[in-house]
Design a protein around this ligand. Structure first.
Ligand code: BES
Ligand code: ZN
Length: 636
């Protein structure tokens, strides 16, 4: 089955390398320039090269240096328009062609958000960033937008603001003066980058704004470097949050898999409208500023994005139907890192923490059970963004954890993991190729496990099972969650008392908790029957959940409050908070994990308010978030 989300003819002729020459036009809010593909013909008789585009203006096409006829097909709502380029005469297999497309982006390009200066921490310069996964790369570059196609690329980008790309900086040096010593915002600098490792198109990314670099300590004997980019106002906090753990994660991750292939592992902390927690763009992970909680409690997102370097960026899903191979494996490995660095209890705590998000996602899709599956057979043109949820992450990682336990634990399983990565690194695979390798590995290394374990697993239940339950559920170690559970139980029984201030709840109840324990506490309350209004009010005040700048906590408190009798009295406050642009209070809550459930919660209390709030502030959200919130609110 070819990738159902692309209109390109990548099987007949495949792009192998792309050279990008871009100029950032900050006034017009457009990227202008050209993309030159080096493509190889795979079948005799190929007469056209078809690439995906989404809201791009195509100016001109050249094949082998000569102007070539092209057509831009009808716009498909999800997949965009196929750009069909004629190749003059039928080509024979093995032929290599150079195809240049001159184009520019438009205001509708779904990958890009151009922020005004007021939407940044420094408020002095505008900002641009992209989000290409799953199928938005086609609105940044005309290309064959399928993860089954892996390409190397290089770029030269001219801009009056520093430019970051998901590749290796060639010039000017990252550690040199910002913007090559030129005046930021006024003078142009040409930034050049190269990506010599073949990657899927969804890992192409750009960020540009007033950013600075701060490296982490180098690790002796390693040829990779790590560090963080952010606006000057945020760089020290960003450096502190990640400097301890990132190099450690790298060292252990290499031991678990194979050496890191991408040369540099940098990250950039983006403005608050970034729609995800993290995005594993090659060489340059993109991060939400909501990770800067000041206690390093949310660094597991870095562990996750780093693990994608092997699971996703190295071994890649063939298409969106096998998204769980990227995310389920990465989540499993992220937690394996926790086990190596902090012990088994931390690993189980992490599984436990996300179990509620799995249940929430499964419930959310009760009307579309297809999206409760691990392997989702997408129809041609179906939108993978509609299926995005925690299910591939949590069902997937629970599945692999179950395999690990069934096969005899990490000692038996980890050597297999290494073999899996080494076998498929650089390739794009589907679920069946993954399963074939699993069987052949154990057949070779421990044949009794094939008959005793693998043959007995209910593969169909895991791959295609629907409903709210996993085929096998596991009782995780709850040691690290006990105190949070106990405090939640105290609040639960306090509902019998009309005036909760007489119960003796104190700020010190949670003082020894880190962010993750507080999250577990709030989530435990969320699954219990709603508390009375007086209790919800006290909870917000006594522990500071109603005023904290920690978005993970404030968001969960608001979710809890909206679903309780306190909903009508707090709805206005929540509405203001979610679209708030004030940087001091965390800015817009653009991360979809926060804004989507908040809007859905508001809708349940006051649909008119939810719609009005969104519509008055839609430009603050990234185009991808904008579209999904509109769908959630029934606006489209
Ligand atoms: N690759 C994902 C983000 C993504 C997936 C973007 C699909 C668009 C389409 C990234 O690695 C991710 O999983 N981010 C999580 C972090 C987490 C699970 C630790 C997020 O953003 O919440
Ligand atoms: Zn991920």
């Amino acid at each position: 089955m070819p990738d159902p989300t692309t209109q390109s003819n990548y099987l007949a002729i495949a792009s192998q390398h792309v050279d990008l020459v871009w100029e950032l036009d900050w006034t017009k809010k457009a990227i202008t320039g050209h993309a030159t593909h080096s493509a190889i013909v795979n079948e005799d008789g190929v007469q056209e090269f078809i690439v995906d585009t989404l809201f791009l203006d195509i100016h001109k096409v050249e094949v082998e240096g000569e102007s070539a006829p092209f057509t831009v097909g009808n716009h498909h709502e999800v997949m965009g328009s196929p750009l069909r380029i004629s190749l003059k005469q039928p080509q024979s297999a093995g032929t290599k062609l150079s195809i240049r497309i001159v184009y520019e982006t438009t205001k509708d390009c779904t990958a890009l958000q151009w922020l005004d200066k007021e939407q940044t921490a420094g408020r002095l310069f505008p900002y641009l960033f992209s989000q290409c996964q799953p199928i938005h790369a086609r609105s940044l570059v005309p290309l064959q937008d399928s993860p089954s196609v892996k390409i190397t690329w290089a770029a030269s980008v001219t801009s009056v603001l520093p430019v970051l790309l998901s590749a290796i900086r060639v010039s000017p040096p990252s550690t040199g003066p910002a913007h090559d010593g030129k005046e930021i915002g006024k003078e142009s600098v040409v930034y050049t980058y190269k990506q010599p490792v073949p990657i899927p198109s969804y890992l192409i990314a750009i960020a540009s704004g007033n950013v600075r670099y701060k490296p982490f300590e180098t690790v002796p004997g390693k040829d990779w470097t790590t560090g963080v980019w952010a606006e000057p106002e945020v760089i020290d906090a960003a450096h502190w949050e990640f400097c301890e753990d990132t190099p450690k994660f790298m060292i252990e991750a290499e031991k678990l898999a194979i050496p890191y292939k991408f040369g540099v592992y940098e990250m950039v902390v983006l403005p608050p409208s970034f729609p995800y927690g993290g995005m594993e763009n090659a060489c340059l992970t993109f991060l939400t500023p909501t990770l800067l909680s000041g206690d390093r409690a949310l660094v597991d997102v870095v562990a996750h994005e780093l693990q994608h370097s092997w699971f996703g960026n190295g071994v890649t899903q063939a298409d969106s139907s096998h998204f769980w191979l990227n995310e389920g494996w990465t989540t499993y490995m992220e937690r394996m890192l926790l086990r190596v660095l902090h012990g088994q209890e931390e690993r189980d705590f992490s599984f436990l923490m996300d179990f509620k998000s799995l249940q929430d996602s499964l419930k959310q899709y009760e009307d579309r059970p297809k999206y409760q599956r691990l392997v989702i057979d997408f129809e041609y043109g179906e939108d993978p963004d509609d299926a995005y949820s925690k299910i591939p992450y949590e069902k997937g990682s629970n599945f692999i954890y179950y395999l690990e336990r069934s096969l005899g634990g990490p000692e038996v399983f980890l050597p297999y993991v290494k073999d899996y990565v080494s076998t498929y690194i650089g390739k794009s695979i589907n679920t069946f190729q993954w399963k074939d390798h699993l069987f052949s590995y154990f057949k070779q290394h421990n044949p009794s496990l094939v008959a005793d374990v693998l043959d007995k697993i209910d593969w169909n239940a895991w791959f295609y099972g629907e409903g709210l339950k996993l085929p096998e559920e596991y009782a995780f170690d709850t040691t690290l969650a006990e105190e949070a559970f106990a405090l939640a139980a105290r609040w639960d029984t306090s509902r019998l008392v009309a005036d909760p201030s007489t119960v003796g709840f104190k700020k010190s109840d949670v003082e020894a908790f880190n962010t993750n324990q507080k999250i577990v506490f709030l989530e435990r309350l969320q699954v219990l029957a709603p508390l009375p209004k007086a209790h919800i009010d006290l909870l917000g005040d006594v522990y500071g959940f109603r005023s904290t700048l920690n978005v993970e906590l404030r968001f969960r408190y608001y979710e809890l409050a909206l679903a309780s009798p306190a909903g009508p009295s707090i709805k206005e406050e929540v509405a203001e908070w979610v679209v708030d642009e004030e940087f001091k209070s965390g800015g817009v809550k653009g991360r979809m994990k926060f804004c989507r459930p908040t809007f859905r919660g508001l809708k349940k209390v006051d649909e008119g308010l939810a719609k009005k709030t969104f519509e008055g502030s839609r430009e603050r959200f990234h185009p991808i978030a904008r579209r999904l919130i509109q769908k959630d609110l029934g606006l489209i």
